[in-house]
Design a protein around this ligand. Sequence first.
Ligand code: HAM
Length: 422
Amino acid sequence: MSDKFFQKPKGTADLLPAVQPIWQKINQIAQDVFGHRYRFGKIDTPLFENYEIFSRTSGDSSDVVSKEMYDFKDKGDRRMALRPEGTAGVVRAYVENKLYGPEYEKPVNLYYLESMFRYERPQAGRMREFHQVGVESFGSDSPYLDAQIIQMAIDFFKEFKLTDLVVKINSLGDDESRTAFRTALVDYLVGFQDQLSEDSKKRLQTNPMRILDSKDRNDQKVLLNAPHLLDYLNQDSKSRFQKVTSALDDFGIEYVIDDKLVRGLDYYNHTIFEIETSDPKLKSAATICGGGRYSGMVEDFGGPATPAIGFGIGLERLITLVGEVENQDLVDVYIVQTDHSVNAFANLLAKQLRERFHFGVLLDYTNRSMKSQFKSADRTQARYSIVVGEQEVSNKELTIKKMVDGSQKKVLLQQLKIEDFL
Ligand code: HAM
């Protein structure tokens, strides 16, 4: 058996206890910003869904579906896929649970924090199993909601004190505008077909708009004089986009209108946006948030016509920028035992401290020397230590030592109260 068998799959990570504080902080901030301030309800959907849930929404010709999906046949011969993104599953759940019903407040606002799976080439900020926190809002096509959704992402990032972020925004317009642009783009690109990269040649047939965000130098040269998306927006789409940008201005959000922004998934229309960092730690994975409107999806799943908008934030990318955070949850008491004869008493004391005060309590179960137990108390940053020896057991009296300044006091076990540990 090869050694590889015992290694984690490429592009995945073990989240050891040392990195958990940042994940807890992310969960708390998501709940505070999205859950509490914006009143979005939390939703968890299955990690795998029927393959079509993703292939029909993200698009058969998108990279996510055609190259990156983890799909498999289950034992009942059903074609399944691990979710590569969060939106399609949430829409499926919205329709299946009839969240469009009159008993639900509109718009119906949901957020999630889930792992996603894409078979990509792993590098900094690009994993095969990664996590997104995302929001989805169903039932309003107000341009003011677009601004609110972008503000939500900014509010989230603000809690992590991230600066140097750039909001890029564009509009794909409605179906009519998008089709008009697509036709103009194909007409233009056909004239330069032989100068395009192999990928772009293929995309010209399958998904020409994706050529716009090609990183290939020659493609970019060809694109210099390509038609501009915004010139093809019909009047309705144009005035809608103007309302969105003026609502962003009202909020004081700085943004760049990026005419070449198209997004990698097929389901978008009207407003699309990405938030990028210029931090060199994330060179080729600078986009930490992507989202936009996707107004046909609820109907595609058999629900009523429903406008929708949302975004997803890549959490591994966020963590690369923020770094790890210190564990704030300290050990309250480390019980130091003189020798094994006091094990039973120390064990009982630990139980009582946890039960009565909900303290974080540590004690040694390997009968090490007092010196090494005190070392452990220091290393685990315990606030207090309590020494337990034969005398303490017979007197039922404890010596409580405050670790920061070494001050001590004696307290009868029966009279022990939480104030002794303040
Ligand atoms: P997306 O742009 O494909 O959009 O992904 C959103 C974010 O997930 C990206 O901006 C990036 O930060 C992160 N991300 C994507 N792939 C990886 C990867 N392989 N490793 C690490 N991070 C990654 C969506 O997924 C849409 N569902 C967003 C959305 C929600 N649109 C509307 N509602």
